[in-house]
Design a protein around this ligand. Structure first.
Ligand code: AMP
Length: 281
């Protein structure tokens, strides 16, 4: 596996690969890799000749009060994990490579960025869209792989790609979970042993709401109350949102039709750690 840090070297490598007709798969990450990331790399491996994993903790997508400086980093471990999952090129640019002095462009996607995460992290998706667009230009993928774990992010990236006619396909991969149901996340290392235990309530709440939907409950408020009641049974958790929405538009009707696929979306705070999860039913 090659490690590239320069944007120019990255672009040179992919242009040469594309000239040879190679299919390029890219997995954008912020590092501190876990099995969820590895599953994306393995998926990319199956359908690509060159698999690129990018590791970049993107300052633009963190608000000043968020965890940018303490975000966990371990490049040595990431290198081993990426290579064993089948990655060919690890791209680990510095902030100066991505945002050289004088950088002044922002990509701002409307609509799907507004509810849920958009309410609590109003500048977040501009940062995500801008860095993902830049990474796409540097790596020129045929396919880019994202995790359903970040449901709204997937919608934002898909919308950007479609609106700007970017010539690539976005592949959404399922959320990998710990054995007790907690969605794998680099941020789980922030949790104390006690909070780690409490965090399982997210998956439990999603499962209960899923069972309600499957038994015919379509009233949004009833589903959302069920999510909230279960989560708040644990002490020390605050809810940013616990919502049910149309899985394609994120619309929130009073009642879902029987054909409508519903996405259950959660964001909670446990101490200083913010966790998100979701389930499509
Ligand atoms: P991150 O490093 O957290 O920005 O995540 C990089 C990519 O990995 C994103 O597309 C995430 O949605 C995806 N990802 C993160 N956690 C998981 C997980 N538990 N299962 C599947 N994909 C994940």
């Amino acid at each position: 596996m090659q490690n590239i840090t320069s944007a120019q070297a990255m672009q040179r490598l992919v242009l040469a690969a594309r000239r040879k007709g190679q299919r390029i798969g890219v997995v954008p990450t912020m590092g501190f890799l876990h099995e969820g990331h590895a599953s994306l790399i393995r998926e990319a491996r199956v359908v690509s000749d060159t698999v690129i994993t990018t590791i970049f903790v993107n300052p633009l997508q963190f608000a000043p009060n968020e965890d940018f400086t303490r975000y966990p980093r371990d490049l040595e471990r990431d290198t081993r994990l990426a290579e064993s999952a089948g990655c060919d090129v690890l791209f680990t640019p510095t902030p100066e490579e991505i945002y050289p002095h004088g950088f002044q462009t922002t990509i701002s996607v409307g609509g799907v960025t507004e509810p849920f995460e958009g309410v609590f992290r109003p500048t977040h998706f501009d940062g995500v869209a801008t860095v993902v667009a830049k990474l796409f230009h540097l790596t020129q993928p045929d396919k880019a792989f994202f995790g359903q774990k970040d449901y709204q992010q997937c919608m934002v990236v898909k919308k950007m790609v479609s609106d700007l006619a970017m010539p690539l396909e976005i592949v959404i991969c399922p959320t990998l979970r710990e054995t007790d149901g907690l969605a794998m996340s680099s941020r789980n290392v922030y949790l104390s042993a006690e909070d780690r235990q409490k965090a399982t309530v997210l998956f439990q709440a999603l499962q209960v709401a899923k069972t309600l939907i499957q038994s015919g409950e379509r009233r949004r408020m009833v589903l959302e109350e069920a999510l909230k009641t279960i989560i708040l049974r644990q002490s020390g958790i605050t809810i940013d949102y616990a919502a049910a929405a149309d899985s394609e538009t994120l619309a929130q009707p009073d009642e879902f039709s029987s054909e409508q696929a519903v996405v259950l979306l959660l964001a909670v705070r446990l101490g200083t750690t913010r966790l998100i999860d979701n389930l499509v039913v």
